[in-house]
Design a binder for this molecule. Structure first.
Ligand code: GDP
Ligand code: GDP
Length: 434
């Protein structure tokens, strides 16, 4: 399971600067679009080999006026409650700010670990000033400069201190699915259509995380789980429409699944928010299936599945080897098919390929199309191994791995996809020295 960290603070204290620093190159992967949309404010990050997801709450937490007791703020508390940790950013030049105090009060209500980042402490003198902020009532406090990075290492050390070492730890032999997508795409309808009423529940057991319940279902003779994070069905509709809340919830359910069922509304298409979810699932090496729902509403003459498939593939390049299924929860069209493909994807993701087979299949291909030489040096790949883990990862041992570039990696990946059928499953390829 991955830790979710929210960055909170009033406007202009440097939240997004800190976010960008922590997201580093990752954000480029999560946000392939250049759009400056608000939903791009989440990304995965790692420190000392420990993974976490960060969310910039800029725009979600008002923290200004007297709205403190308002419905809005109750929702924000609820949303923050879905996070595991909070970084509370303040500006070293403005101590005793009343908005900061309101936010501090709000944060205490969540009972989450809070780390105060006293930002803009670019000079030593300012580091002393940061001590004033202990009056906000939190004992973990770091003077940092989000701009030049000073102090952020110490903050991160503290942040990841109690996070378990990386890689996803879901170990179970039952496929677990998360159903994600924008509000109104049909997520609840899909779950209801798929599993029907309570009668399909096999058992409830304590979930893999703090407050989730894993429900084992049996349908069409398949056993599987649907990840249900804290009260997905309990909390009212209004909460799930809160963007921040729904983002945290999707991240949480993606982290905990084997295969992510990404539901989109056929009448609305594939927008940047969905794209972000798609890349997040990809980055987490989850199986991904795209379900184009409400197919009953679409005029098939002008909008054939072929055209829509092409459009979606343009959006998800270069990872286009993905199942795209056109469904209707209303007419139940292809609901069985979608479950069947989800189960297949789960199996594909756990597939192990024998070392002898890998080498027999791939070495001849590599021999006839080797990586281009660099500075007159021949690059030789000697052998290939699959690493154990719960998604497909392969190591290629070579004399000069540092010279093998991305295009060659893609070439290898495409060969492996066509040889072994990894549809809907991200694979990782590493080159190592031998
Ligand atoms: P947000 O509204 O909280 O997301 O704040 P921004 O990240 O947009 O930053 C607000 C302003 O503070 C920008 O002009 C930043 O360049 C500046 N800023 C952010 N971090 C630092 C810092 O560490 N030192 C200084 N001097 N300025 C900073
Ligand atoms: P959620 O917010 O993603 O859980 O979406 P819901 O499952 O609540 O569905 C949103 C709306 O779309 C509801 O009014 C559903 O009845 C409707 N809906 C869901 N699936 C379909 C479908 O396949 N066809 C049509 N016509 N409407 C659908």
């Amino acid at each position: 399971m991955n830790t979710i960290v929210a960055i909170v603070g009033r406007p202009n204290v440097g939240k997004s600067t800190l976010f960008n620093r922590l997201a580093k190159s990752n954000s480029a992967i999560v946000d392939p679009t250049s759009g400056v949309t608000r939903d791009r404010h989440y990304s995965s990050s790692d420190w000392n080999g420990k993974n976490f997801t960060i969310i910039d709450t800029g725009g979600y937490v008002s923290g200004g006026d007297d709205k403190y007791e308002s419905e809005i703020d109750k929702q924000v508390i609820l949303a923050l409650d879905e996070c595991d940790k909070i970084i509370f950013v303040v500006d070293v030049n403005e101590s005793n700010n009343s908005s900061d105090k309101l936010i501090a009060k709000l944060l205490r209500k969540t009972n989450k670990p809070v780390i105060v980042a006293v930002n803009k402490a670019d000079k030593n003198k300012l580091i002393n000033d940061s001590l004033e902020f202990y009056n906000l009532g939190f004992d973990k406090l770091f003077a940092i400069s989000a701009i030049n990075g000073s102090g952020t290492g110490d903050l991160l050390d503290k942040l990841v201190e109690d996070i378990n070492d990386s890689s996803d730890s879901i170990s179970d032999d039952l496929p677990s699915f998360s159903v994600v997508g924008r509000p109104n795409a049909g997520k609840s309808s899909y779950i209801n259509t798929l599993i029907g009423e309570e009668r399909n529940i096999v058992k409830n057991e304590p979930g893999t995380t703090r407050d989730s319940i894993d429900t084992v279902y049996n349908k069409f003779d398949f056993n599987f789980k649907i990840i249900d994070t804290a009260g997905i069905r309990k909390k009212s509709k209004i909460d799930s429409d809160l963007e921040f809340y729904s983002v945290v919830r999707s991240i949480r359910s993606i982290e905990n699944c084997d295969v992510c069922l990404l539901i989109i509304d056929a009448t609305r298409g594939f927008d940047s928010q969905i794209k972000n979810i798609f890349w997040l699932a990809h980055r987490r090496n989850k199986g991904i299936i795209i379900l184009v729902n409400k197919w009953d509403l679409v005029d098939k003459e002008t909008n054939s599945s072929k055209i829509i498939t092409e459009k979606i593939k343009k959006e998800i390049e270069p990872f286009v080897d993905v199942h795209i299924v056109f469904i209707s929860c209303l007419t139940k069209q292809r609901i069985f098919k979608s479950l069947e493909l989800s189960i297949d994807t789960y199996k594909t993701r756990s597939k192990k390929i024998k070392t002898s087979k890998l080498n027999n299949d791939l070495l001849p291909i590599i021999e006839s199309t080797p990586p281009p030489s660099v500075k007159g040096k021949r690059i030789k790949i000697k052998y290939i191994n699959q690493i154990s883990g719960n998604y497909p990862q392969f190591v290629f041992f070579a004399n000069l791995p540092q010279y093998i570039k991305d295009p060659y990696k893609r070439f290898i990946e495409n060969k492996m996809r066509s040889l072994y059928g990894f549809t809907s499953v991200p694979i990782k390829i590493y080159f190592r020295k031998k």
